[in-house]
Design a protein around this ligand. Structure first.
Ligand code: ISE
Length: 346
């Protein structure tokens, strides 16, 4: 980095937040209360009164009418996108074009073609701007497991078993949302843990549980095969009516390692027994420390000019996730394994 570039770096990151729904409002509160080196300077939302109400609770924060205005604003150094997923691609590309670092909540885009367009735009810019909000990468247990895999401590990994359980979901959470909204986290975790691509996906659909919506396959089992022939199972159950549980068990030749047990019970049957602490109601309490660490690492990267934190998911990771989700969606109605088609990295 030359001296001029160094002089351009902000000492405090003024963050613009697009979308103040559940996640956006959560991020505004986090940045205002816990993140060092950053403050929220501008917010925008389709529901302007909601944006105004939130801005009123943050000193020095103002509201603008559109995402475009926010991205262009002089008092915005970096952008956090928490709008509905269908807007992410265009907003991420606008940030790249404005040369502003962006932390985009998942998904990066609604399909692989659009995600690839973001990858291409970033490549064409000659810089690095895009981080994707796969917060689990910043969870302490995930980090420990990643380190154990990378150090060789677990030996050769053949199988990973994942479990993803939500107490409940919003109405209309159809099978494809179980893939794009829920399983997408395990899909990214596979890329994160194993540093290799997923080559094919199979869906196995058991008898739906009594709380599944009409036509919904809950629970659902997804099987992923990776380039080197490893198998990852992902058991999704999004209407347990109990609590939020995310577990990962890695089967290695030198050790079998499980995370996600610390704050969950081993047995969630109703009859009496318990072990461990309370079960969180949803992903926010479970991953609050991971979200904090993710946003703090992003702010630190913006402050030092690298823009994307080392452990963060990149635009390419967002593209791989989108490509894999597309194959998984096809697998829901196709027997056997469905190949994941991935374009060459630009
Ligand atoms: C939600 O959107 C999330 O991202 C949560 O982490 C996940 O557990 C949940 O299933 C999704 O609906």
């Amino acid at each position: 980095m030359n001296q001029n570039q160094q002089q351009d770096l902000p000492r405090e990151v003024r963050v613009g937040v697009i979308g103040v729904g559940q996640m956006g409002a959560d991020h505004v509160a986090r940045i205002s209360a816990r993140i060092k080196g950053a403050r929220v300077s501008v917010v925008t939302d389709y529901f302007q009164d909601k944006a105004q109400e939130l801005a009123d609770s943050v000193p020095g924060c103002r509201v603008v009418a559109t995402a475009e205005e926010l991205i262009a604003a002089e008092d915005v150094d970096a952008v956090l996108i928490a709008s509905p997923g269908k807007f992410h691609k265009d907003q991420a590309i606008a940030c790249i074009e404005a040369r502003k670092p962006v932390l985009c909540e998942k998904p990066l885009a609604m399909n692989p073609q659009d995600a690839y367009a973001v990858v291409e735009a970033e490549k064409a810019s000659g810089g690095r701007y895009v981080s994707v909000g796969f917060m689990r990468r910043f969870d302490a247990e995930y980090a420990e497991l990643k380190d154990a895999i990378d150090s060789g401590e677990l030996g050769q990994i053949s199988v990973i078993n994942c479990k993803h359980r939500n107490a409940t979901t919003l109405p209309g959470f159809v099978d494809s949302m179980m893939v794009y909204d829920s399983a997408v986290h395990e899909i990214d975790a596979i890329h994160y843990f194993l540093d290799e691509q997923i080559t094919e996906v199979q869906a196995v659909l058991p008898l739906p549980g009594p709380r599944a919506d009409e036509g919904q396959h809950d629970p659902m089992l997804l099987l992923f095969r990776t380039e080197s022939g490893r198998i990852v199972t992902d058991e999704l159950y999004v209407n347990t009516d109990s609590g939020y549980e995310v577990r990962t068990e890695v089967l290695g030749s030198e050790g079998i390692s499980t995370i996600g047990m610390g704050i969950t019970r081993v047995t969630t049957q109703k009859a009496g027994g318990s072990w461990g602490g309370a079960i969180p109601v949803d992903f926010r309490p479970r991953f609050v420390a991971a979200y904090d660490a993710e946003v703090q690492a992003w702010v630190a990267a913006v402050l030092d000019g690298s823009n994307v934190a080392e452990r963060s998911a990149t635009a390419w990771d967002g593209y791989l996730a989108a490509a894999t989700c597309e194959a998984a969606e096809t697998a829901l109605t196709t027997p056997g394994f469905v190949p994941v088609s991935v374009q060459p990295r630009p």
